[in-house]
Design a protein around this ligand. Structure first.
Ligand SMILES: Nc1ncnc2c1ncn2[C@@H]1O[C@H](COP(=O)(O)OP(=O)(O)OP(=O)(O)O)[C@@H](O)[C@H]1O
Length: 261
C-alpha cells in the first residue's frame, strides 16, 4: 500500500547573493529592510539565512497520507503548494526534517518537462516511448492516442517552440497521463487549456485517479477540491493552517479569504 510521511520538514530557497549587481542589491536591501515589518498576503516568509536572504517556502510540515486518500492543497499564491509537490516528487531536497514515500510516484508538475522544444509533437511522443522502453506496437498505439487526445491538427508535426501555452498543455497532459502510478502528484496547470480540453482532461484524470492509490494535487478552484478530495491541507506562508475534511477546511479557508479581503 502506498504511503507518504513527512516529519518536521522545512525548505528554504536562497534569494540573491550579496555580490549581485546594483539593481539586485537594491531589491535585496528593500526585501531585507521589510523583514518582519510587513505581513504579505502572498509568498513564503522572508528570513535571513546563513548565505543571505532566503524564502522559507515550507516550515515544520508534518503529516501522513495513506493509500486511498485524495489530498488537495489549498492556499494563497506562494503558500508553498508547488514546492510541497516537488518535495514529494523528489525534485527538491529539503533543508531539514524527514520524508518517506512508499510507492511508484509520478509528478505532473510542469507541462513541458522532459520534452524537446526543437522536436515536433510526434517526435516527442517517440522520445517519450523510448524512455518508457515501449515496443513498436505500443509506440504506435501511444502516438495514435496522444494525437487523438491532444487534437493539435497540423501542429502535431511542427516543433514545440511554435506552440501556444494551451497547445503545450494539451501535449504535455496527454503524455503525462500515460503512466499509471501508485502516487500521483498534480499541479493545477492541468486545468489550463480551453473548456473543450478541460472536459476531456477531466474524464482522463478521473480514470487515472481511480488507479492511483494516493492523489495529491493543488488547485485554486474550491469546487474542484470539494468534489475531488477526501482531505484538504491548507497552507499559508509555508505552514499548515488546517488539515481535515474538505468541507470543514474549505469553509474555514473561504471565511479567511473573505475576512482578509
Ligand atoms: N525556484 C525558486 N527560487 C526561489 N524562491 C522560490 C522558488 N520557487 C518558489 N519560490 C518561493 O517559494 C514560495 C512558495 O512558492 P510555491 O510556488 O511553492 O507557492 P504556491 O503555493 O504553489 O503558489 P501559487 O498558488 O502561486 O502557484 C514563494 O514565496 C515563492 O516566491
Amino acid at each position: 500500500m502506498a504511503h507518504i510521511s513527512l516529519q518536521n520538514l522545512s525548505l528554504s530557497y536562497p534569494v540573491l547573493h550579496g555580490s549581485a549587481r546594483s539593481l539586485k542589491k537594491t531589491l535585496f536591501a528593500r526585501a531585507r529592510a521589510s523583514l518582519g515589518s510587513t505581513k504579505s498576503k502572498v509568498g513564503g516568509a522572508l528570513q535571513n539565512g546563513v548565505s543571505g536572504l532566503e524564502v522559507l517556502a515550507l516550515k515544520d510540515i508534518t503529516f501522513d497520507v495513506e493509500g486511498g486518500e485524495r489530498l488537495g492543497l489549498v492556499g494563497h499564491n506562494g503558500a508553498g503548494k508547488t514546492t510541497l509537490l516537488r518535495v514529494l516528487g523528489g525534485i527538491y531536497e529539503t533543508s531539514s526534517g524527514s520524508l518517506s514515500v512508499e510507492g511508484e510516484t509520478h509528478a505532473m508538475i510542469n507541462p513541458g518537462s522532459g520534452m524537446n522544444q526543437e522536436l515536433t509533437g510526434r517526435e516527442n511522443v517517440h522520445l517519450f516511448a523510448r524512455r518508457l522502453q515501449l515496443d513498436v506496437k505500443e509506440t504506435e498505439a501511444l502516438e495514435a492516442d496522444v494525437e487523438a487526445f491532444a487534437e493539435l491538427g497540423p501542429f502535431f508535426d511542427l516543433p514545440l517552440r511554435l506552440y501556444s501555452a494551451g497547445m503545450s498543455v494539451r501535449l504535455g497532459f496527454a503524455l503525462a497521463t500515460v503512466p499509471r502510478p501508485q502516487i500521483l502528484l498534480m499541479d493545477e496547470w492541468f486545468m489550463a487549456g480551453d473548456s473543450n480540453f478541460q472536459a476531456k482532461a477531466r474524464v482522463r484524470l478521473e480514470s487515472m485517479v481511480e488507479t492511483a492509490e494516493i492523489l495529491v494535487f493543488t488547485s485554486h478552484s474550491l469546487d474542484i477540491l470539494r468534489e475531488w478530495c477526501t482531505r484538504v491541507l491548507w497552507l499559508e506562508a509555508g505552514k499548515i493552517v488546517m488539515d481535515g475534511k474538505p468541507d470543514a477546511v474549505l469553509d474555514a479557508y473561504e471565511a479567511f479569504v473573505a475576512e482578509s479581503g
